[in-house]
Design a protein around this ligand. Structure first.
Ligand SMILES: Nc1ncnc2c1ncn2[C@@H]1O[C@H](COP(=O)(O)OP(=O)(O)OP(=O)(O)O)[C@@H](O)[C@H]1O
Ligand SMILES: [Mg+2]
Length: 331
């Protein structure tokens, strides 16, 4: 029988999910340690499918998986009693008030009514809905609904919290609050949060580890701090006049360059690259205003990885939104 490896809370081997002929998870092998993990991927990448397989909510086509030592194929009940799940769809009953909705979620998870009621009060306060707990959910904003979904997911104090697109549809304030609450859950609970998102910034704010799914394959699974090692280092030159000329000259010299308007990012091939850039500029008679090593932000790293994978990514906006996009790639 498939066993969880030491040090991990979730592990799968050759996990495959077909919806009819459509391959949604392509033999996924993954090991996830405790902590805050961001699952990133464009629409249709397989994020929700992956979560549903872990929770034993859908049957897998083949392969194996273990969550906290329980088998995802046969022990879904055990897993769901230890995992909190905040689904991406609207799972709330608009006719209920928040306190009854959360209490009900607790009872469905096997809590006795008194314990469920007490916890419902606690978790609604935790998610910022203390004053609204007796209001009907139909009157709630999207942010309040998402917070209620989170309260339902943590009512039984789960060891692992799985949140599918927790910030979807939220305005800035609700989003900030949601992300802070998730981070707090990791810091105070010492548990594990798996959060999916299209938004690199969300993951950056909450998570220590990032998993990138692309067409049902796990293409990245590593600490966020390591991610920069995945890509080639670049030097950034700001050109004054003759940017096109400079771009052509750099390419003619065999350098790899990404141009954003007047900014050229040149891949560092070796210790001579910077000198080459300077002499190419002199020859082409263009002026370099600034020259510095370029520190890519996570969004840039994400796009570079997707580029490498050959994903048809037109730009950042298609995949995610970011507070600090720092000049579009097609500028
Ligand atoms: N019940 C289903 N029946 C058939 N195909 C499905 C079903 N659910 C998902 N799919 C397909 O499987 C693929 C993965 O879907 P999934 O919902 O897991 O992606 P996702 O990464 O969560 O996307 P999104 O970011 O849009 O939520 C998609 O191509 C989707 O169309
Ligand atoms: Mg999804």
């Amino acid at each position: 029988m498939f066993r969880l490896s030491e040090g991990f809370v979730i592990e799968t081997r050759d996990l495959r999910k077909l919806y009819g002929p459509h391959l949604a998870l392509d033999d996924v092998d993954i090991q996830i340690p405790r902590g805050a993990v961001g699952i990133l991927g464009p629409n249709g990448a397989g994020k929700s499918t992956f979560f549903k397989c872990l929770l034993g909510l859908i049957t897998t086509t083949s392969g194996e998986g273990s969550v906290l030592g329980f088998n995802i194929k046969t022990q879904g009940d055990m897993i769901r009693s230890r995992i909190g799940y905040m689904p991406e769809y609207d799972s709330l009953d608009p006719d209920l008030n928040a306190i009854d909705q959360v209490r009900y979620a607790g009872e469905l998870l096997g809590m006795n009514p008194a314990a469920a009621m007490q916890r419902a009060h606690e978790v609604l306060e935790y998610v910022g809905l203390k004053d609204q707990r007796y209001r009907k959910i139909e009157s709630f904003s999207t942010g309040m609904k998402q917070a209620t979904k989170l309260a339902c997911a943590i009512v039984h104090d789960p060891e692992i919290l799985i949140c599918d697109e927790p910030t979807n549809g939220l305005d800035q304030r609700s989003r900030d609050f949601m992300l802070k609450t998730l981070r707090r859950t990791v810091d105070e609970g010492g548990g594990t949060v798996l959060m999916s998102s299209h938004v690199m910034d969300d993951v950056q704010e909450v998570c220590d580890r990032v998993v990138l799914i692309h067409k049902g394959n796990i293409v990245v699974n590593r600490p966020i701090s390591d991610l920069a090692d995945q890509i080639e280092k670049e030097v950034e030159a700001v050109i004054w006049g003759g940017a096109s000329k400079m771009e052509e000259a750099l390419q003619a010299d065999g350098l790899k360059v990404r141009r954003m308007g007047r900014v050229m990012r040149v891949t560092l091939q070796d210790e001579n690259t910077i000198d080459r850039v300077i002499s190419i500029a002199a020859k082409a008679e263009v002026q370099i205003r600034e020259l510095r090593e370029y520190e890519p932000d996570l969004e840039d790293i994400f796009l570079l990885i997707m580029d490498k994978l050959g994903a048809r990514v037109k730009g950042a906006s298609e995949l995610m939104t970011s507070k600090h996009t720092g000049g579009g790639r097609n500028a």
